[in-house]
Design a protein around this ligand. Structure first.
Ligand code: GLC
Length: 555
């Protein structure tokens, strides 16, 4: 393997030179479900490379790839057995190299996932820790402890796994080890210098291969409170992201990221290498702490993602996000969907599943409006594969095909993450709809029949389709000077349930209006329509915004 010499694409947007990430639209690829090059029913790296032109045509700036590293797949690859190897199910290191080069040649940057909180129980370090037993140096790289109770038969503390059940598993020699997720995902002990050295080396490995950045998995989890104190009560998953717990968002994590930032800066040159934190913190203000000078570049805005279809609540979280990020000089980020949450077409429908009653149609209307709102906000936006096709959550997967470990542990993240991970439909009238090369061939999760009409091929060229709507939105976002990095926003007077704001840059002004109510609302016409998420007939003075719709205006 040679060092990757392909240059990262030139900055083409309005962010300062090299700081492409400040207003980037970053598209999450979930490798097992994106495109299957070899027909085994599981997506792979050659499949992704072959489909990169779709992402260029969509108009995104960068691709973030969920893990494709060597892994027993106990948590769909978030259980890494070798951080420097590609799992054979996804391809080879040469395939990864080719993917990165092909993406760069198309003007797309590449961000990869790094999973530093835990590894797989098949990782060489953990196998060694099990072999060498209590008191061995190999155990010190993980969190092994004696149990409580007369015979050590109780877990060392009351911490619970995010996937449900105790966060501790006992090994045959009597010690327990900590796993904040599945038992197959032992947590590293970040007090150990070897863990620091290892991850710095892993960062360099992928940077040398040419990646443009990292998405840091469970970035808030690496450091645990000294002494591993009890939380004090159960059902801890309900506290997560709302209240402090001794295993998340400890101040010690920041020193780690200051070290990582120095490495990223070493590689940056004319185009910065970035890191984005997956940190489920109680507030955007806590998230902003990961983005202080000398730390990370971006953090996912989960407070935005979890805010419902409510104008006042959205306006409040937008204001708080912009203020908090501004205070540390970081761009805000916006996200509606990812591989861990119910797809927003379904989530915003207000009903359990797309297709019940008017839920499907309402979900689609709201999803488009939500997309226009998100892409109009200052900063950077994350898209999840398939949202550009308007895919709903698959809510009726039979239990026997499910693979989410949270499903089997019966709690935590409610165990339904397979519903947003169903393989994408690309073309054709028969499953797997072009996901794999063979009609009638396998896909690791079954796709609904209705997806034949949602494939990339079925939607391409249809101006009413969600796909063409996303393409128009991303093109308009690139073209308009007041969008993307542009300036902050100014709220305009609007009736209850309606959001209206303007953004003004040297080359022109822009207005976004969003009607979040279930009824049409008349507003003063702010300019000429740049893009509408629904049928809108602009009047000279007033324009009626349909229920659950958004419009972009050139003002
Ligand atoms: C993150 C990932 C999720 C995974 C977990 C454990 O939350 O997004 O998919 O299960 O970390 O690695």
């Amino acid at each position: 393997m040679t060092q990757n010499t392909t240059a990262a694409p030139a900055a083409t947007d309005s962010a300062p030179a090299g700081q492409w990430w400040r207003d980037a639209v970053i598209y999450q690829v979930y490798p097992r479900s994106f495109a299957d090059g070899n027909g085994d029913g599981m997506g792979d790296l050659p499949g992704i490379t072959a489909r990169l032109p779709h992402l260029r045509d969509l108009g995104v700036d960068a691709v973030w790839l969920s893990p494709f590293y060597a892994s027993p797949q106990a948590d769909a690859g978030y259980d890494v057995a070798d951080y420097r190897a590609v799992d054979p199910v996804f391809g080879t290191l040469t395939d990864a190299d080719e993917l990165i080069r092909a993406a760069h040649a198309l003007g797309l940057r590449v961000i990869v996932d790094i999973v530093p909180n835990h590894c797989s129980d098949r990782h060489e370090w953990f196998r060694q820790a099990l072999r060498e037993g209590p008191g061995s140096p190999a155990r010190e790289r993980f969190l092994f402890r004696a149990g409580r109770g007369a015979a050590g038969e109780l877990p060392p503390n009351d911490w619970e796994s995010v996937f449900g059940g105790p966060a501790w598993t006992r090994v045959p020699d009597g010690e327990w080890y900590l796993h904040l997720f599945a038992p197959e995902q032992p947590d590293f002990d970040w007090d150990h210098p070897a863990v620091h050295d290892e991850f710095r080396s892993v960062l360099r490995f992928w940077l040398d291969l040419g990646v443009d950045g990292f998405r840091i998995d469970v970035a808030h989890g690496l450091v645990k409170a000294p002494g591993l104190p009890d939380v004090g009560h159960g059902e801890q998953v309900k506290l997560l992201g709302k209240q402090a717990v001794p295993y998340f968002d400890q101040d010690g994590v920041h020193e780690i990221y200051r070290g990582w930032r120095r490495i990223l800066d070493e590689y940056s040159g004319g185009s910065e290498r970035i890191a984005v934190a997956e940190a489920w913190t109680p507030t955007v203000e806590r998230s902003a702490r990961y983005l202080r000078r000398g730390e990370l570049h971006q953090a996912f805005n989960f407070e935005y993602l979890t805010t419902g279809w409510d104008a006042a609540a959205l306006r409040a979280v937008i204001d708080r996000s912009l203020t908090a990020m501004d205070a540390v000089g970081a761009p805000a980020t916006w996200v509606l969907s990812n591989h861990d949450v119910v797809r927003h077409t379904t989530r915003l429908s207000g009903e359990g599943g797309a297709g019940d009653g008017d839920g499907g149609a309402r979900g689609t209307r709201r999803a488009r409006a939500a997309t226009l709102l998100m892409l109009a906000l200052p900063g950077s936006a994350y898209l999840y594969q398939g949202e550009e096709l308007g895919l709903p959550e698959v809510t009726d997967l039979p239990d026997e095909v499910r693979q989410d470990p949270a499903f089997f542990r019966g709690a935590g993240q409610d165990g339904t993450r397979d519903g947003c991970r169903v393989p994408l439909p690309w073309s054709g009238r028969r499953a797997p709809y072009g996901f794999g090369p063979v009609e009638g061939g396998p896909s690791w999760l079954p796709q609904p029949d209705s997806w034949r009409d949602l494939s990339v091929a079925a939607q391409t060229g249809d101006p009413a389709s969600t796909l063409e709507f996303y393409r128009r939105a991303l093109a308009a976002r690139r073209a308009h000077p007041a969008l993307g990095a542009g300036p902050g926003l100014v709220w305009l007077p609007s009736p209850e349930g309606v959001l209206a704001f303007s953004r003004t840059a040297a080359g022109g002004s822009f207005v976004c209006t969003v009607n979040l109510t279930g009824a049409p609302v008349a507003l003063p016409t702010p300019g000429t329509v740049l893009l509408a998420g629904a049928d809108v007939v602009p009047g000279a003075e007033e324009t009626v915004l349909p229920a659950d719709s958004a419009v972009w205006w050139a003002a």
